[in-house]
Design a protein around this ligand. Sequence first.
Ligand code: BDR
Ligand code: CA
Length: 343
Amino acid sequence: MSPLPVLLDCDPGIDDALAIAYLVAEHRAGRIDLTGVVCTAGNVGLEDTVANALAWLDLAGAPAIPVAAGAPGPIAVPHVLTPETHGPRGAGHAELTTTRAVDARDGARLWVELARAHPGELVGIVTGPSSSLARAVALDPALPGLLARLVVMGGTFRGHPGNTTPVSEWNVDVDPEAADRICRVWEDARAADTAVVAPLWCGLNLTERAVWTPERSRVLLAAADTPLTRALVDALRFYFEFHESVGEGYLAQVHDPLVAWLALHPGSEVSEPAHVRVECTGEYTRGMTVADVRGQRGRVENAAIAIDVLVPGGPDAILDEICAAISSLAASPGWPDRVGRPG
Ligand code: BDR
Ligand code: CA
C-alpha cells in the first residue's frame, strides 16, 4: 500500500515546528508521503513562517518537498503580530538558518495541485490561520471533494474559553473571514454531495490538553541529542516562558503536533457533527466558532468537532509517541544527510 499523501499548511510557530518534525519522522519511516508544505502568515509574518518551515524541514532531514508561501495576511483586517508568544521570528530561543529554497508556486496553487494529483487521497492539515486554504478553495471550488479529509487546529468549542479573546482561538482570530469561508464552502460541498467529508475541527477544548513539560524536553534530548532536538528544546523554552507569563505555568500547550497526529490516526478521536460558522462582526465575539450541534439552524453539518481522544493515557500518551517519532529521526537511514536531498 502506498503511504498516505499529506499536505501541511502551517505558520511556524513553535508547536508547528513539532508538527513538522513529527510529520517528517512519519515520512522517513514510510508511513506517510509528506507531499508539500504551505506557509501562511500567522504566528509571525509570511517571510518568517516560510524561513522557519524550511529550516525545521532541514533540521529534520526532510526530502526535497515543495514548500510554498501562501497568504501574506488575513482577508479583511491587518495582520497583528504577537512576538511575545513564539518569539520575534517565531522560533523562540532557537536560531534557525536554511539554504533550502522556497517553491515558486503560491501556497493556494500548491493546495490545488496536490489535491488534484491525489484525488480522494490527500489529507490536509491546517495548523495556522485558514487564509491560504480560503484562497485555494476560491481557486478551485472542487477542493473539498478532492480531499480524503481535512483536519484543522482552530476554534474553541463547548464553552471552553479562547486564548486570544474570551471566545476566540488564535488561528481563527487572526483571520475569521477565512475560517468562516472554509465553513461555508464545506457546507455547500456537502449539501451538493454527501460523500464530501466534513473537516475535523480540533479546538482548544481538546488541544490545550496537549501539554509539553520541561521533563519531556529532557526526555527528548536524552533520547536523541541532535541539532533538531536542541533547536526544538530552545524554541520550547521560550514557549514555556510565554505560558508562565500568562499564568499557565512553566509548560507549553502544543496544539499543532496533537492535531497532526489525529490527522494521521482517523478514528482516534471522539467528535460530534455540527454546523459551524465563525462570528465575523460581533464587537465582543469576533472570531468565535459557533457550533450548532442540535440542528437548530436546519443546515447541513459542515464540521466534526473534536472532543476527546480514544487513546489510553490521552493526549499525554500521544505526545509520548510524537516525542519517540522525533527522536527516532536520528536513527533513520541517511539522516542527517539532508538539505533538500531526496531521503
Ligand atoms: C494555535 O495558535 C498558534 O499560536 C499555535 O501555533 C496554534 O496553532 C493555538 O491557538
Ligand atoms: Ca500554529
